[in-house]
Design a protein around this ligand. Sequence first.
Ligand SMILES: *Cc1c(COP(=O)(O)O)cnc(C)c1O
Length: 356
Amino acid sequence: MFKNLSHLKTYEAGKPIELVVREFGIKPSEIIKLASNENPYGPSPKVIEAVRKEAKNMHRYPDDSFFELKDGLSREFDVESKNIIIGAGSDQVLEFVVHAVKPNKVLMAGITFAMYEIYSNQVGAKIIKTSSKEHNLDEFREIYKKEKPEIIFLCVPNNPLGECLDSKDVFEFLDEIKEDTLVVVDGAYQEFASFKDKNKTINPKDILKYKNVLYTGTFSKAYGLGGMRVGYGIANEWIIKNLHKLRPPFNITTLSLKAAIEALKDKEWVKRGIENNFKEMQKYIDFAKKYNLNYIESYTNFIVLYIRESTKIANELLKRGIIVRDMASYGFDALRITIGKPQENDKVLKVLEELI
Ligand SMILES: *Cc1c(COP(=O)(O)O)cnc(C)c1O
């Protein structure tokens, strides 16, 4: 039994607050968690109020057609409901796609979102990564022609590095890919990228014309609903119909559904969160410049700072209740720090100043 799983590893999420509380005896309220790219401000208060009211319905299954949520998304992106699939996080949509295609080979950037590899391993696919860490489309092209992978993952912007392809280059690339290769354009941070630079904006509507492209988005980042687990895929009707064959019924909860519907309505809240994100990110950039640290220009809600002995520094931060992501496991010394609230960032930078 389970022999077909023996080559798989269990995914380890960023350290939860509870672990730091137990290990270092720090009060939960004093812990600064900047390791999972969550939205530090949370969702709009209107969302919380709506979920509170909805709680009395938790004995009811959600509307499995997700009519209202798809309606909101179709208005948001000017697509039709039949072009949308809802997932328990966009992670689940990625899972659907990999299991639907059951690829022999997949292609992705040298360093990119870990779940692409994890789901692909589940179906025994060969994982091909570009030698460039960041997205280098010329290298993608070269490998595509040689290897003919059935799935190509583009993370635009890229987690965990933060860089972002220009949308013009993405569409040029999509034009060159034949229909027997599915391209996934992961837009988990598109709201941030699009705010910072319009050249990065990818309208999901524009990918509908491709027979073989799926766009994924999430409520976990800009909308502040990571704990609710709601994401979506947008593509032509044929792709979406096929993905639906793998979707379990009621795959998001009654409360998650309510939260996502309401979150779409409070645009002002989301915009303010994104504005604060880049305002606060500037503190890290100023810090890097002051201390001559390299950093990756970021179009997301996190920033990668190159710091020597990053593992040691990450552990020292942890002892002080600050959780960030050490990049040493990717083969280079750096920290990925999610942009927090103003006081959190000030504290992190003060401690970092002492440590480096
Ligand atoms: C966070 C993230 C997702 C999906 O998160 P969900 O919470 O599952 O919606 C997808 N792709 C990337 C690159 C991410 O960083």
